[in-house]
Design a protein around this ligand. Structure first.
Ligand code: NAD
Ligand code: UDP
Ligand code: UDP
Length: 338
């Protein structure tokens, strides 16, 4: 039987004064902000599998209770509805900070990146927890270096429509490093490149979820601009593996976590056609402002220092996401029909 060990008991344990009857194996208590979201819920699955005690803090802005429903009732799992823009008191060993509206459709006008990150850093400082920030490849902006290495400082428009996201994450990185230098807390920074997989929001506007949902609904795939812009698509299990290695490892980062396979949006549309419906139509739409022309991670640093690299190709990962979307669209249409 695994017992949840509150931080105070763990301290006693480390000092060799473990109360009788408690297991000596160290179980971590971990908070995952944004844990009811797409990436967060997959991370929670892995942490629960490992036997850790997991607290999810989420305001369900883009996340869903369904994503973590299978853990309800497990004594190692807690779900707290809370907006991280407000302070919160918890006793934890590690903080995976993912809470953030991540899609262009949702992130406008939202202070989560700055205020939410500050609160979680304050929490880390108070309880001496290790803090991991999920930053983004967007910190490179419309990059003038290709592929992007962590040493590149980026090319970001500070006053554009995407700024609250990319500048918000850049500020979050700055705060993270300032707290590390100023208070000595242990921090980790991941720069995540475009990630896809089961449980992605159906209508959050990101390209892979858009194309897959459109092909399944038998409406044309919307390619923005000329479709020659590129992105690199990472399957979610590879990302979760990278995040956990980063948290458990000795290096602060920043680390690029992404799949270096690079596709134009037209090529992505073609893979979706091959996977779902060869007759799916393509429709061109005007592109959004400040859309980065290309993006591809240089992952040499993560390979060398974390021993990490992605293992799932787009052609392998996409069908796994399609199965999940197919089921959810079916359930949705049934609910609407009822
Ligand atoms: P998601 O939208 O599925 O998950 C974000 C979660 O945060 C949701 O559950 C949402 O309800 C929650 N949330 C948002 N604002 C909150 C707030 N103020 N308080 C509490 N909870 C809040 O997105 P995701 O793709 O899982 O992204 C997770 C993290 O990874 C984000 O920080 C995102 O910026 C980063 N990231 C993701 C990608 C990607 O391609 N998926 C790429 C780069 C970076
Ligand atoms: N904070 C929090 N939980 C904690 C500790 C701090 O939410 O357990 C918040 C706190 O309310 C503040 C932020 O984190 O808004 C930064 O905290 P810190 O102690 O670093 O700053 P200070 O309060 O000294 O300005
Ligand atoms: N895009 C597209 N069709 C869509 C949604 C997005 O062609 O229906 C394009 C978008 O213009 C961008 C790329 O796909 O060039 C990736 O967009 P996404 O919002 O998924 O991620 P990000 O821009 O944050 O990398």
């Amino acid at each position: 039987l695994e017992l949840a060990l509150p931080t105070r008991r763990v301290l006693l344990q480390e000092k060799g004064r473990v109360p009788l009857g408690l297991k000596t194996k160290r179980q971590k208590r971990i908070v995952v902000t944004g844990g009811a979201g797409f990436v967060g819920s997959h991370l929670v699955d892995r942490l629960m599998e490992r036997g850790d005690s997991v607290i999810v803090v989420d305001n369900f802005f883009t996340g869903r209770k369904e994503n973590v429903l299978h853990h309800m009732g497990n004594p190692n799992f807690e779900l707290i509805r809370h907006d991280v823009v407000e302070p919160i008191l918890l006793e934890v060993d590690q903080i995976y900070h993912l809470a953030c509206p991540a899609s262009p459709v949702h992130y406008k006008f939202n202070p989560t990146n700055v205020v939410g990150t500050l609160n979680m850093l304050g929490l880390a400082k108070r309880v001496g927890a290790r803090f991991l920030l999920t930053s983004t490849s967007e910190v490179y902006g419309d990059p003038l270096q290709h592929p992007q290495a962590e040493t590149y400082w980026g090319n970001v428009n500070p006053i554009g429509v995407r700024s609250c996201y990319d500048e918000g994450k850049r500020t979050a990185e700055t705060l993270t490093m300032d707290y590390h230098r100023g208070t000595g807390i242990e921090v980790r920074i991941a720069r995540i490149f475009n990630t896809y997989g089961p449980r992605m929001c159906l209508d959050d506007g990101r390209v892979v979820s858009n194309f897959v949902a459109q092909a399944l609904r038998k409406v044309p795939l919307t390619v923005y601009g000329d479709g020659k812009q590129t992105r690199s698509f990472q399957y979610v299990s590879d990302l979760v593996d990278g995040l956990m290695r980063l948290m458990e490892g000795e290096h602060i980062g920043p680390f690029n976590l992404g799949n270096p396979g690079e596709f134009t949006m037209l090529e992505l549309a073609q893979v979706v056609q091959e996977t779902i419906d060869p007759n799916a139509k393509i429709e061109f739409r005007p592109n959004t402002e400040d859309d980065p022309h290309k993006r591809k991670p240089d992952i040499s640093k993560a390979k060398e220092l974390l021993g990490w690299q992605p293992t799932v190709s787009l052609r392998e990962g996409l069908p796994l996401m399609v199965n999940d979307f197919r089921l959810r669209l079916l359930t949705d249409s049934k609910t609407i029909g009822d």
